[in-house]
Ligand binder design. Structure first.
Ligand code: ARG
Length: 457
């Protein structure tokens, strides 16, 4: 393409080193979309003829068919997807193809193509995220009345509704949905017409191409338009937080599924066995969800490092934005391909969960709060229950086994018969009725709100 200026052929090693075809060929469809819009604008502005526009359209149509049939084998010597498509077009339609790059640089072209691609990919990710939210709601409804231990420091803390657990993860993913929308909005800006960096001497109509391509606005500054990649950062930042949330969910389920906890049941279809230990049923899928998270975070950091020292405007370093972005979309699509169905088939062994409460200590806060209702200051109540707990631990007693008299001995005169019904898992959960608490009513409220949110996306 640039032979005019050069008196030597490009060294083969340079061709191989600098080509981006093995990455950017996946952009072909979106690149053609951008080129067609550019061609239409050129024709409207009288920079090419209507006949030329027609042959550009026909040329690209047959190229698209060739790609679909898998017959278009791109050539690395032509460096990237843009040059491959342009040169094939020119091969097919001659002069009109050679006019297509009028007023355009690959710098604004690649920016346009990438943004179109990103917007489409985010639509797919959004669908997958919707499926995941739906799966969490489904489980929250199914397990609303199932009582399981809640943990802080991974130490048993208080009993919760398993529905509450699912909704906690739902909340995190619903914030990711907002992050996704933000990234989509950052990508929704059209750089076409920015040229190499400074715009064009030709009468281009940027607004027109931007509208044809469905962008909501133009990049306001041509230098920024070709130099900036923050929209990719926004995608990777959304993706990183999302991956972290998937990883935390995976980690919870791995722990609850472990032999020692054991109250979460994963379906056989989503587990794998061992080549040597016949008894094994391993949560490999969840481990891989957790394991791939690092790559996504790595790609975000990689992009920031690529950008931090770059002078204005386009530098070839920017070509490296693709590897991490594409790999991130691949990870997201793999994770979202499997995680919603896995979640939907998670069951809880309620009896096993109940057994893990056998010492009753998860109800110690309830006992202290009972004393508060009898007028005991909370710090004092905490102290009294603490000494009761200490005694139980030493004697190997469970809170569930104590008589009112035994309670009274440690808790004082304020202790009445009305304490015993409160030393009960079901009551403990139901009574946590503060907004956002684990009380069954509150969980239902959250689920309703969650359904509303799903209805809106
Ligand atoms: N393939 C390049 C990229 O992905 C676009 C080409 C711009 N190249 C150039 N030398 N100005 O960024």
């Amino acid at each position: 393409m640039w032979k005019g200026r050069f008196s030597q052929e490009t060294d083969m090693r340079v061709q191989d080193f600098s080509q981006s075809l093995d990455l950017d060929w996946r952009l072909a469809k979106w690149d053609i979309r951008g080129s067609l819009a550019h061609g239409e604008m050129l024709a409207k502005q009288g920079l090419i003829s209507l006949e030329e526009l027609d042959s550009i359209r026909e040329g690209f149509q047959s190229i698209l068919e060739e790609i679909d049939r898998g017959e278009f084998v791109p050539d690395k010597e032509l460096e990237d997807v843009h040059m491959n498509l342009e040169s094939r077009l020119t091969e097919r339609i001659g002069d009109a193809g050679a006019r297509l790059h009028t007023g355009r640089s690959r710098n604004d072209q690649v920016g346009t193509t990438m943004r179109l691609y990103v917007k489409d990919q985010l639509c797919e990710v959004k669908e997958g995220l919707g499926d995941l939210l739906e799966a969490l709601l489904d489980r929250a409804e199914a397990h609303r009345e199932v009582i399981v231990p809640g943990y802080t420091h991974l130490q048993q803390a208080q009993p919760i509704s398993m529905g509450h657990f699912w909704m906690a993860h739902f909340q995190a993913f619903s914030r990711d949905l907002r992050r996704l929308e933000f990234a989509r909005d950052s990508s929704d800006e059209c750089p076409l017409g920015c040229g190499a960096l400074a715009g064009s001497t030709l009468p281009l109509d940027r607004e027109y191409t931007s509208q044809i391509l469905g962008f909501s606005r133009l990049c306001e500054n041509s230098m920024d338009g070709v130099a900036q990649r923050d929209y990719i950062y926004d995608v990777l930042s959304f993706a990183s937080m999302f991956a972290v949330h998937c990883s935390r969910l995976a980690e919870d389920l791995i722990i609850y599924f472990s032999s020692e906890f054991g109250w979460v049941k994963l379906p056989d279809g989503f587990c794998t066995g061992s080549s040597i230990m016949p008894q094994k049923k391993n949560p490999d899928v969840l481990e891989l969800v957790r394991g791939r998270t690092g790559q996504v975070i790595g790609h975000m950091v990689d992009l920031l490092i690529t950008l931090k020292g770059l002078p204005m405007t386009y530098n070839r370093d920017l070509q490296e934005d693709k590897r991490g972005l594409f790999s991130t979309f691949d990870v997201l699509s793999h994770v979202l391909g499997v995680l919603p169905s896995l979640i939907k088939s998670v069951e809880v062994d309620a009896d096993r969960a109940a057994e893990s409460f056998s010492d009753g200590m998860a109800l110690a806060t309830d006992v202290a709060e009972y004393l508060v209702t009898k007028g005991v200051p909370f710090r004092e109540a905490h102290h009294r229950v603490g000494s009761l707990v200490g005694w139980c631990v030493r004697e190997g007693m469970s809170l569930f086994d104590l008589t009112v008299e035994q309670f009274r001995e440690f808790l004082g005169e304020e202790t009445g018969d009305d304490l015993l019904p409160m030393v009960d898992l079901e009551a403990a959960v139901a009574r946590r009725d503060t907004e956002g608490g684990t009380g069954f009513r509150q969980v239902s409220r959250q689920i309703d709100k969650g359904r509303e949110l799903l209805g809106r996306i």
